[in-house]
Design a protein around this ligand. Structure first.
Ligand SMILES: CC(C)(COP(=O)(O)OP(=O)(O)OC[C@H]1O[C@@H](n2cnc3c(N)ncnc32)[C@H](O)[C@@H]1OP(=O)(O)O)[C@@H](O)C(=O)NCCC(=O)NCCS
Length: 141
């Protein structure tokens, strides 16, 4: 898995129970996953087609630092499935605990919003980078 984004929970993210609002957390996941999928596929034209189950295991409070990690678990023809993990990061100890995790599936689309194939070289490049560097977001060398 690789780090995609880091976020600090703010006062305006809080719902009525003093915890971060679940919808805001889902938005953060969709943002992180979408930007990861875009970078992996070399195109901004990817759309979310599926969110798997989400369980909010730990509350998030104001000032908590969230780190979102991702990796591709499956390439289809036009789709890719990502595993996403959101962790609370303790700045004093460096320890992290999982707040929630899920899988999100994206589809590559053309200018008319129609599904189009993800090129083989994109899939091969990702697998090669993961094997070599443990990361998929490296720029080409
Ligand atoms: C994404 C979209 C273009 C796909 O078109 P479609 O005709 O429904 O889907 P298709 O039958 O062509 O399948 C496209 C891919 O989606 C996958 N897919 C379809 N339904 C799925 C589901 N329920 N779960 C997971 N994947 C699914 C298919 O397996 C296929 O992947 P593959 O080519 O790798 O095998 C269309 O559903 C759409 O525009 N959805 C709205 C997207 C959106 O607005 N998202 C929110 C904002 S980003």
């Amino acid at each position: 898995m690789e780090l995609v984004t880091t976020y600090i929970c703010k006062q305006f993210d809080i719902g009525i129970s003093n915890n971060m609002f679940g919808g805001t957390l889902i938005c953060l996941i969709d943002d992180a996953a979408g930007s990861y999928a875009s970078q992996i596929c070399d195109t901004p034209h990817v759309v979310t087609i599926k969110f798997d189950e989400l369980v909010f295991k730990k509350p998030v409070k104001v000032g908590n630092i969230l780190k979102v990690y991702a990796n591709v678990t499956k390439f289809g023809i036009t789709s890719l499935e990502l595993y996403i993990e959101v962790r609370k990061h303790n700045v004093y100890t460096g320890e992290q605990e999982i707040v929630t995790h899920t899988s999100v599936t994206f589809v590559r689309v053309d200018d008319d919003g129609k599904a189009i194939p993800i090129a083989d070289h994109i899939k091969e490049r990702y697998n090669q980078r993961m094997e070599q560097y443990g990361r998929g977001l490296l720029s080409a060398v």
